[in-house]
Design a protein around this ligand. Structure first.
Ligand SMILES: Nc1ncnc2c1ncn2[C@@H]1O[C@H](COP(=O)(O)OP(=O)(O)O)[C@@H](O)[C@H]1O
Ligand SMILES: [Mg+2]
Length: 611
């Protein structure tokens, strides 16, 4: 056996083999070709790697990769485990074999053409270039021109790298077969970044989309400006709407059941009696003011506070309603109005979709949910009407297919019937039937366990980012074809790495999401922000103490200085905090601490000594 040669050293099932090499260090997720002619040269993907020698016995390797049988085989083939190091990989075959691979068969790394079919399921221009496939670095060097430069990635050192792997392209035309995308992962795992990349692709293809943006982060106007990324002018491809300002629900257009639905969403325990009362009182066409005044008048009448006989006559029809019911409706209605939900209408959002733009809707999660239930019903109906009319051979107002994208999806469609969630039913409906009409979901959540199961089951393509919580990992295992090893890696994935489990690919693919072409509005990391704040406070301490001629600062001066600093900062500063600040300045070399008989004294560093 030559040094770099790879050999099959054991088979577990018809799906897994062990491959060993003296010098070749296997890479996670790389594809290998097993030179077993009788089986048609099957391909496999490296799932686990390990190196061992007599000092590092295999049994202590994490997860115990190699079993007795493999060790015996290695020895039979001529490895001297007492004297040399061996690299071993556990390899999952990409197709099921009729019989197991023979031990001792040679293994080699493939050429790009040999595995292209496994890696590329859609051509560029026909899908979303989401990132690169991990373990394909070497193959990327052999890629044809059309695949180059598509998916730059930022590596773990923060370096931008071109062609670091074969692009991972999700064919969007295939979405009609495999609609709906899930994006799962813990906080900071790369979900929002991934959604940004997906939406950049959506904009590049000019697909209409409506995006609910509770974190105010989906703005695509600012190119990252990183060298090598210059495809970022999306300014005419998206529009931002603030709920209660540029868009909202036009109350006077609502039908009574829609009013009931919104009121139900406004608070818990909306009673049967309240529903009946709204049905008796509301007529389509009433505007907000009119409806609110009417409720107030009815309440006054029921409480015997009416002032006007004539009006009382007109209100008689409501005499069987109870005052507490009306009160319940009234406060719900008023709290809805206060959110701004009834300011503006959905026309600008509809126009944006017709213009094939991405409509980003901002607001708090709670109000967004209410709005989503209304807006999605409205837009879905438009699209359905168009399709149904076309089916019937009629001409009609064209309304395009569109995507619905949201973060915090577990808030919009939570599991558990007892949770009041106004948007859940329409999201469920789209999950189950949207495909027929070309309406697709992209749902991101850090808590897949809390997402409605009916919806989760319909997400045919799942991006799974770093996930630590056990209950979420088990949902992911139930809902995808991810292996035990892959699930075991989930808590350790770096931000931006993901497994993609897709009916479209037919296997789980490990990817790194590409560098975004645009950056979110506030990129300050909370820790950087904290550090900045700390530094500015320290500057203030130095300034106040210098200006006031406090140095050298004797122990007795600490309290008065704390007071002076507190005045400047606009908050009280305690003795202990003052000492902590001074000590930090000492640690940073900006002050020196001198012990004196009366305690520690602080002084400025001599000129020239300052670091
Ligand atoms: N594909 C990526 N390439 C480079 N950096 C990334 C990538 N994905 C995430 N990051 C980094 O990780 C941070 C957290 O990602 P983010 O998408 O905000 O997490 P989440 O939405 O899951 O909480 C980002 O601000 C970014 O700095
Ligand atoms: Mg996020």
């Amino acid at each position: 056996m030559t040094a770099a040669e790879m050999l099959v050293v054991g088979t577990t099932t018809q799906q897994y083999v062990y491959v060993a090499s003296r010098t070749y260090k296997f890479r996670m997720n790389e594809i290998l070709i097993i030179e077993d002619e009788s089986l048609g040269f099957p391909r496999g993907e490296v799932l686990e790697t390990s190196s061992f020698n007599k000092f590092i016995p295999p049994a202590t390797e994490n997860g115990f990769l190699v079993d007795r049988e493999v060790i015996t085989r290695l020895q039979e083939i001529g490895f001297d485990l007492q004297r040399e190091e061996v690299n071993v990989a556990r390899v999952r075959l990409l197709e099921e074999l009729p019989w197991p691979v023979r031990t001792g068969v040679r293994v080699r790394r493939p050429l790009f053409e040999e595995v292209e079919g496994y890696l590329l399921r859609a051509r560029p221009g026909k899908g979303w270039v989401v990132g690169i496939i991990k373990g394909t670095e070497e193959l990327a060097g052999q890629m044809p021109e059309e695949l180059r430069g598509l998916a730059p990635v930022i590596d773990r050192q923060g370096q931008l790298r071109q062609d670091a792997g074969v692009p991972f392209i999700l064919g969007y035309r295939e979405m009609s077969q495999y609609p709906h995308v899930g994006v799962f992962g813990g906080s900071g795992s790369g979900k929002s970044y991934g959604l940004r990349v997906l939406l950049e692709e959506v904009m590049q293809q000019r697909l209409p989309a409506v995006v609910f943006d509770p974190h105010y982060e989906m703005d695509f106007a600012t190119p990252t400006g990183v060298v090598g990324i210059d495809r970022a002018d999306f300014r005419d491809r998206f529009r931002i709407f603030h709920l209660g300002r540029e868009t909202g629900v036009d109350f006077s257009s609502l039908r009574t059941p829609e009013v009931v639905k919104l009121l139900q969403g406004a608070g818990r325990d909306f009673s049967e009696a309240m529903t009946n009362a709204v049905e008796a009182i509301h007529k389509r066409g009433m505007d907000c003011d009119y409806f609110e005044k009417l409720l107030e008048k009815i309440l006054a009448f029921l409480e015997g506070r009416s002032e006007n006989k004539e009006e009382e006559e007109r209100l008689l029809q409501y005499k069987s309603l109870s005052a507490s019911t009306i009160r319940g409706i009234l406060w719900r209605f008023q709290s809805l109005r206060r959110t701004g939900l009834f300011t503006g209408d959905v026309a600008p959002v509809e126009t944006a979709l017709r213009q094939r733009q991405v409509a980003v809707i901002r607001g708090s999660v709670r109000v967004l949910q209410l709005f989503a239930s209304y807006l999605l019903n409205y837009l879905y109906q438009k699209r359905r009407d168009y399709m149904d009319r076309r089916q019937a051979g009629e001409e009609g107002d064209y309304f395009p297919p569109f995507l619905v994208v949201t973060d915090e999806a577990h808030n919009f469609a939570p599991v558990g019937a007892e949770i009041n969630a106004p948007a859940r039913s329409i999201i469920r409906e789209i999950a189950q039937e949207g495909r027929k009409y070309g309406v697709f979901l992209v749902l991101a959540t850090q808590r897949p366990r809390l997402l409605d199961e009916t919806v989760t089951a319909q997400l045919n393509t799942k991006f799974i980012f770093r996930t630590v919580r056990h209950s979420d990992i088990s949902v992911i295992q139930e809902e995808t074809d991810i292996t035990k090893e892959e699930a075991g890696r989930l808590p350790y994935l770096p931000s931006g790495d993901a497994f993609v489990s897709s009916a479209f690919f037919g296997r789980t693919v490990a990817i790194r999401v590409r560098a975004a072409f645009t950056s979110p509005p506030h990129t300050t990391n909370p820790f950087d922000e904290m550090e900045e704040k700390l530094q500015s406070e320290e500057e203030i301490v130095l300034e106040v103490a210098r200006e006031g001629g406090w140095f050298p600062l004797q122990p007795g001066g600490v309290n008065p200085l704390a007071e002076a600093v507190g005045e400047r900062l606009g908050r009280p500063v305690s003795y202990d905090e003052m000492v902590t600040m001074l000590d930090r300045l000492v640690a940073k070399g900006k002050l020196v601490r001198e012990e004196s008989p009366f305690g520690a004294a602080y002084n400025l560093v001599e000129e020239g000594e300052t670091r």
